[in-house]
Design a protein around this ligand. Structure first.
Ligand code: TYM
Length: 337
C-alpha cells in the first residue's frame, strides 16, 4: 500500500557498450540515492541498443552485466523493480502508438539523432530505429505514469520530447499520461572525454584512453587518469579555460564530496601529478567493491534470472494497464476474454 503513495521513477541504460564512469556518475549513483524515496523502475534498455548494430552474444553478455551492475551499485532488488526492456512487450506496442502521434520533423531535430546519423553519410542507410529511438524512450517513461526521470544532461532533450508527446496525446484523446520531470544532478551530469575534454565521455568512443569503464581494473583506471589531457598551466583550478582539470575535479567532487574550493586549496602549488593520483585512487575506491560484487553476481545466473523475472512481471502489470488505456482511447476493440 505504501508503495502506491510514493512517486514513481523510471530510468534505463543501454547495453550498447560497456558502462563508463559517466553513466555511473550521471545516472546510476543518483538512482541509488533516490531509491528509498520513490517507487523505482530501473530497466536495461536492450530494445534501444539495437538502433545500432550489435553482436548477439555481446548484447546478451552486457545485458546481464548491466543488471548485475545495478545491484552491485546498491539498488536493492527487494525494494525496486529491475527488468529487461524486451521482456515487457508493452514497450514495443506503446512505442508504435506514440510513433503515430510523433512528427518526423521533431524527431530529426534531436541533437543525438543528428550526431549519430551524420556518421552514416547518406540517409538511405540510416536505421529508422535511430530516428524513432526517443519515441521508444517516451513509451518507457509514460507507461509507468512516471514522475521523475534521473538522467545525465545528454538525455534532457529526449525528455522534453517525451513531455511534448505526452501532452499531445493527452490533448488529442483525454488525460492519459503523467507529465514527467527530469532529474539532472548539479554535478556529474556531463562527465567529459579524458582525451578531448570538450566532448562528452562516451562508451562508444574508439579510444579506450578517453573513458574509464566501470569494470576497468584498478591499474588501468590509474593509468588512464594519469594520461588524461590537462593543460600547461599547472594550476588545479575549476575554470572553463581548463576543461581537462575541471572534469577531473568534477569526478573527484562527485566521488568524495570535497568542494571545488577545498580541492583547489589542497593542491595549490603542486602541479597535476598528486592531484591525478588522488583522482585515480578515489575512482578505484568507489569502483573496486562494485566490481567484486558484479563478478560474484555474474556467477549466479539463477539469482539474476529470479530478479529480472520478478521485475518483468511487476513491470508488465503496471505497463499493460496504461497500454490498455491508450488502445481504448485510440479506438481499438478490446481483446475478447
Ligand atoms: P545511455 O545508455 O546512453 O546512458 C545511460 C545514462 O548515463 C548518462 N550518461 C552520462 N552522464 C554523465 N556524463 C556522461 N558522459 C554520460 N554519458 C551517459 C545518460 O544521460 C543516461 O542517463 N536513451 C537513454 C536510455 C533510456 C532511458 C529511457 C533513460 C532509454 N529509455 C527512459 C531514462 C528513461 C540512453 O541512451 O542512455
Amino acid at each position: 500500500m505504501e508503495e502506491q503513495s510514493k512517486k514513481v521513477i523510471f530510468s534505463g541504460i543501454q547495453p550498447s557498450g560497456n558502462l563508463t564512469i559517466g553513466n555511473y556518475l550521471g545516472a546510476l549513483k543518483n538512482w541509488v540515492k533516490l531509491q528509498d524515496e520513490y517507487d523505482c523502475y530501473y530497466c536495461v534498455v536492450d530494445l534501444h541498443a539495437i538502433t545500432v548494430k550489435q553482436e548477439p552474444k555481446d548484447l546478451r553478455r552486457r545485458t546481464l552485466e548491466i543488471l548485475a551492475i545495478y545491484i552491485a551499485a546498491g539498488i536493492d532488488p527487494e525494494k525496486n523493480t529491475m527488468f529487461i526492456q524486451s521482456h515487457v512487450s508493452a514497450h514495443s506496442e506503446a512505442s508504435w502508438l506514440l510513433t503515430c502521434n510523433s512528427y518526423v520533423g521533431e524527431l530529426s531535430r534531436m541533437t543525438q539523432y543528428k550526431d549519430k546519423s551524420s556518421k552514416y553519410g547518406n540517409s538511405t542507410s540510416i536505421s529508422a530505429g535511430l530516428l524513432n529511438y526517443p519515441v521508444l524512450m517516451a513509451a518507457d517513461i509514460l507507461l509507468y505514469q512516471t514522475d521523475l526521470v534521473p538522467v545525465g544532461l545528454d538525455q534532457k532533450q529526449h525528455l522534453e520530447l517525451a513531455r511534448n508527446i505526452a501532452e499531445r496525446f493527452n490533448n488529442a484523446y483525454s488525460p492519459t499520461f503523467k507529465i514527467p520531470d527530469p532529474y539532472i544532478p548539479k554535478e556529474g551530469s556531463k562527465i567529459m572525454d579524458l582525451q578531448e575534454p570538450l566532448k562528452k565521455m562516451s562508451k562508444s568512443s574508439d579510444n579506450p584512453n578517453s573513458y574509464i569503464l566501470l569494470m576497468d581494473p584498478p591499474e588501468v583506471i590509474k593509468k588512464k587518469i594519469s594520461r588524461a589531457v590537462t593543460d600547461s598551466l599547472g594550476i588545479v583550478k575549476y575554470s572553463d579555460e581548463q576543461p581537462g582539470v575541471k572534469n577531473l575535479m568534477t569526478i573527484l567532487n562527485t566521488l568524495t564530496g570535497e568542494t571545488f574550493e577545498d580541492i583547489e586549496k589542497k593542491y595549490e602549488g603542486q602541479g597535476y601529478a598528486k592531484f591525478k593520483e588522488d583522482v585515480g585512487i578515489a575512482i578505484v575506491n568507489e569502483l573496486e567493491p562494485i566490481q567484486n560484487k558484479v563478478k560474484k553476481l555474474l556467477e549466479d545466473k539463477e539469482y539474476l534470472e529470479k530478479i529480472y523475472k520478478a521485475g518483468a512481471e511487476k513491470a508488465s502489470y503496471v505497463a499493460n494497464k496504461t497500454l490498455r488505456k491508450m488502445q481504448k482511447k485510440i479506438g481499438f476493440i478490446p481483446v475478447a476474454r
